[in-house]
Design a protein around this ligand. Structure first.
Ligand code: PAF
Length: 287
């Protein structure tokens, strides 16, 4: 079992000056988190997993109170994946009494998730700044599943010269393609069956791009047709964007990202895939 510390002082003393790999999480760990931890553990002598359900990134208090929590199971998953230190701070340890500072990443946070979850990215940027300052990692690992979050964190990390490097890791999917997420556990059996339309829509768009369709209007119509197969699903957005600025593009001429957010009952799911126009030179970001 990995050692658990709940204060920054105990964390620093346990690290003894080492710069570890860090996997920031809100708990409810699943195979997707395990893959981040495994990668961090393969690349660093020490791996810290932070577990903190961050209240400031929830715009809806009910969503915060319903967020799944289960430290014992998280500890087992983290240890099995190779974590050697768990940083599980209390709210007071993260946000000191009278806390009055927040970190705002402009523009990138205004659309997509930012438009549907006001204040969400301010909470994410603030807590990630606090965690990276506390842990001083050599590298921090984030899933591509939350693609806009990853882009926002890369910008935050660059602008504030936060320690270490940021590593984006591929999304882990269930057999039907659904991206693993702590929220999937809240789907009913029927909703879970229908949820497969979300990755199907994204991969349909990716395969049309591969076969030469570049007009975003036609691509989105084809993706929407897949989503329409699920009777109880509503779409918050389905968009094809520039992978760095997250702005909508009219045609896929090189590398782009398809972003989607849908609701099945009370459960909101997000997902994304990369698309690459045929013949476009690969400009993939390493690490
Ligand atoms: O992706 C998450 O789990 C959270 O947004 C993060 C990055 C741990 C910040 O609370």
């Amino acid at each position: 079992m990995s050692r658990v510390v709940s204060s920054v002082a105990a964390l620093r003393s346990a690290l003894g000056g080492d710069a570890p790999g860090l996997v920031p999480t809100m708990g409810a760990l699943h195979t997707g988190h395990a893959s981040l931890i495994q990668r961090a553990a393969a690349e660093h002598a020490r791996t810290v997993v932070s577990i903190f359900v961050n209240p400031t990134q929830f715009s809806d208090p009910v969503d915060f109170s319903r967020y799944p929590r289960g430290l014992d199971r998280d500890l087992e998953i983290a240890a099995a994946a190779g974590a050697d230190l768990i940083f599980a701070p209390t709210e007071d340890e993260v946000y000191a009494t009278g806390f009055s500072t927040s970190v705002e990443v402009a523009t990138l946070t205004e659309r997509w998730e930012g438009a549907f979850r006001p204040g969400h990215f301010r909470g994410v940027a603030t807590v990630v700044t606090i965690l990276l300052s506390a842990v001083q990692p050599a590298a921090s690992y984030f899933g591509e599943k939350d693609y806009q979050q990853l882009v926002v964190i890369r910008r935050l990390h660059r602008d504030l010269r936060l320690p270490g490097k940021v590593v984006g890791c591929a999304t882990v999917r269930d057999a039907d393609g659904l991206a693993l997420s702590s929220r999937n556990a809240r789907l009913t059996a029927e909703q879970r069956q229908h949820a497969g339309v979300l990755p199907r829509a994204l991969f349909r768009i990716a395969s049309l791009v591969e076969s030469g369709e570049v007009e975003v209007g036609s691509l989105l119509t084809a993706g929407q047709a897949e989503l329409d197969q699920a009777p109880d699903l509503s779409v918050d957005y389905l968009a094809i964007v520039d992978p760095e600025t997250l702005e909508s593009i009219p045609r896929v001429e090189s590398r782009a990202r398809v972003l989607a957010a849908v609701r099945l009952g009370a459960v909101r799911l997000i997902d994304n895939v990369e698309v690459l126009a045929p013949g476009a030179a690969g400009t993939g970001r390493a690490g």
